[in-house]
Design a protein around this ligand. Sequence first.
Ligand code: AMP
Length: 141
Amino acid sequence: MTYENDNIFAKILRGEIPSHKLYEDADTFAFMDIMPRGDGHCLVIPKKPARNILDVEVDSLAAVARTTQKLARAVLRAFSADGVTVQQFNEPAGGQVVFHLHFHIIPRFEGVPLRPHTGDMEKPEILAANAEKIRAALEAV
Ligand code: AMP
């Protein structure tokens, strides 16, 4: 179980591929998930390389937890959601597909199930509009 520098989130952190950025501080970065399981589905990652929760340094994990709470509160406000699902997967058997630690944050609504994993990418204009709502909610705190 090693960290590979060419994973897609490492490339996003290095600015080699684009993302819909929501938030950044010294230790963490947050952006929209391109295959959302619900409107407003976003991801929080540490800047320091970590494959998943099994190898991450505890300070880096604490920073990710802080940013995850910030984003969870922001998406709740941004979408007037009834709740928020936070998910985190480790290793292929645990459901992990991208091997740079990340937390999923998904606004939830009473009676509305998560969308299935279809592999379809969301339209960039929808991701951009949802990102704008979340950034505005972050600024409103
Ligand atoms: P998992 O590793 O199972 O926790 O899931 C990885 C997540 O990353 C999935 O929800 C994907 O939709 C998402 N994803 C994959 N590539 C990108 C990308 N380039 N930008 C944003 N999200 C991505």
